[in-house]
Ligand binder design. Sequence first.
Ligand SMILES: Nc1ncnc2c1ncn2[C@@H]1O[C@H](COP(=O)(O)OP(=O)(O)OP(=O)(O)O)[C@@H](O)[C@H]1O
Length: 209
Amino acid sequence: MLTGEGLWFRYAPQLPWVVQSQSLTVKPGEVVGLMAPSGFGKTTLAKLLAGYLMPTQGGVSVDEQPLPARRYCPVQLVFQNPELAVNPRWRIDQILREGHPPQMHQLDALGIHPGWLSRYPHELSGGELQRIAIARTLNPQTRYLIADEMTAMLDANTQALIWQAVLAYTRSHQIGVLVVSHDWPLMRRLCDRILDLAATQDHRTLISQ
Ligand SMILES: Nc1ncnc2c1ncn2[C@@H]1O[C@H](COP(=O)(O)OP(=O)(O)OP(=O)(O)O)[C@@H](O)[C@H]1O
């Protein structure tokens, strides 16, 4: 289970707390939504859970083990800007081979064209590059996926195709997913339950199950 326990975070000692006393869990294979108004700290919380930021207080663990400092992180974060997540000097096939090489049928399910593999990131559109960023996370070492506005830049059809492929993979591999989005209909469609961060900073509110 992915657990964030009593998390507190602020970007500098003189700045206000962005995350205050937040706790949440995601079970293997579960799809949990996270919603709150803009600027409330969803992305910050996502970064804490994926080990991009260290909490000031509290801790993040997977099966009661803290996130590894050096090894591949079992909690992978895909955010809205794929160009920030890939090495601009590497060709796409090298980016994909960096971790555990994805299988052709997986690439196909995500709508990744074989012709893209020899290109550089700047030679793909934002939506095309996002599929590469997603494909890279769907590997046997990933236990939890945090999707922070992951498909916000895609048209409705592509969004549906991508989520279908991602959920088919995460369900069959028992990967837990945390979906961060402002798109309420999308959250209702995808998620087993939805947490509202704004409802309280102190305890979780179950909006739907
Ligand atoms: N690197 C940073 N340094 C200082 N403050 C930051 C930094 N990143 C974010 N913040 C602030 O932290 C707060 C929470 O930001 P965050 O991006 O986590 O919110 P969010 O809920 O994901 O917002 P949105 O829905 O608009 O993406 C905001 O007030 C933001 O200005």
